[in-house]
Structures are given as structure tokens and as C-alpha cells.
Design a protein around this ligand. Structure first.
Ligand SMILES: [Zn+2]
Length: 159
């Protein structure tokens, strides 16, 4: 829809809507566009620039600022939500892993290094264990080729 501000030959200004500028031209040529005040068919456009009705945002939408249009759009940072989601999932996975370990494995406490080493060298039947070890003990186990992994912290350990 296009809104035209029209004026008749007697100086009456009025607004009228048309499906298109071609439709206005056709109706005006056929004398169908008349002044609502004096009904004169001798009307013409009072303004050169018609107002185009916007169906998406409504007519109340402010006109685009030329300076704003020329300015580059601010750089988006899509990595922010993408980091948050895996972080949240990872915590859930770690929490599930911890729950699995603490449910299925034997808690050996500070004897973890000795137990792990004993199982590694066949002194005891292999089983899943978890417990505590110092950083030096953990490093020594890894150096000996014993597979150990840090137990994920409990959710309450964080924050
Ligand atoms: Zn008139």
C-alpha cells in the first residue's frame, strides 16, 4: 500500500491509499480519484515522496537513521553461549561420572596408591577403586604406567 497526500485544484489536501503507484496513476487517469471535500476529479500528488506502509513493523517504527545504517554492525560473539552450553553439559557428565565411580568402585581412601600399584602388578585382583593420593603419588603411578585419572570434583566443591 502506498499513501499519497493529494490536493485538488481548489487547494484541498487529503490522503488516500493505493495498492501501488501504478494503481494510483490508473485511477487518476480515469477520474476515479476525487477530492472528498469538493469532489473535484482534478487532483494531483501534493508530495513527491509517498509514504510506504510497512506491514512488518507498523507505521510507528522510527525511520532508519542514515548514520546508523552506515555504521558497521557490532561484531557478534557467538562463542559465549557456545561455551556455556558445553560447560554445563560437561559438568553434568562429570557429575554422572563421579556418581558412577563412587557407586561402583571401592573407596580405599589414602591407600589408593598402594592399592592401584598392587593391582597393576597383579598382587591383587583388579577392580575399580577410588581414593586419595598426593600429587607426587599420582605422578609416580602415571610414571609406572598405572592408569589413574583425577576423580571429578563433586558439584558442591565448586562455586
Ligand atoms: Zn477539493
Amino acid at each position: 500500500m502506498i499513501r499519497y497526500t493529494l490536493a485538488c485544484d481548489r487547494g484541498h489536501d487529503f490522503e488516500s491509499w493505493f495498492p501501488s503507484s501504478a494503481s494510483y496513476d490508473e485511477q487518476a487517469a480515469r477520474g476515479l480519484v476525487t477530492c472528498p471535500v469538493c469532489h473535484s476529479a482534478k487532483v494531483g500528488k501534493a508530495m513527491m515522496a509517498p509514504s510506504v506502509a510497512r506491514t512488518d513493523r507498523g507505521r510507528s517504527a522510527p525511520a532508519a537513521d542514515p548514520a546508523e545504517m552506515s555504521a558497521p554492525a557490532p561484531a557478534l560473539e557467538p562463542s559465549v553461549p557456545l561455551i556455556a552450553e558445553p560447560e554445563r553439559r560437561m559438568r553434568a557428565m562429570l557429575r554422572a561420572l563421579r556418581e558412577h565411580v563412587t557407586r561402583e568402585a571401592d573407596h580405599v581412601g589414602p591407600r589408593f596408591a598402594d592399592e592401584a600399584r598392587a593391582m597393576h602388578y597383579g598382587e591383587r585382583p583388579a577392580r575399580a577403586i577410588y581414593g586419595e593420593a598426593s600429587a607426587d603419588e599420582a605422578r609416580a603411578l602415571i610414571d609406572e604406567g598405572i592408569e589413574v585419572a583425577p576423580l571429578p570434583p563433586a558439584p558442591d566443591d565448586r562455586h
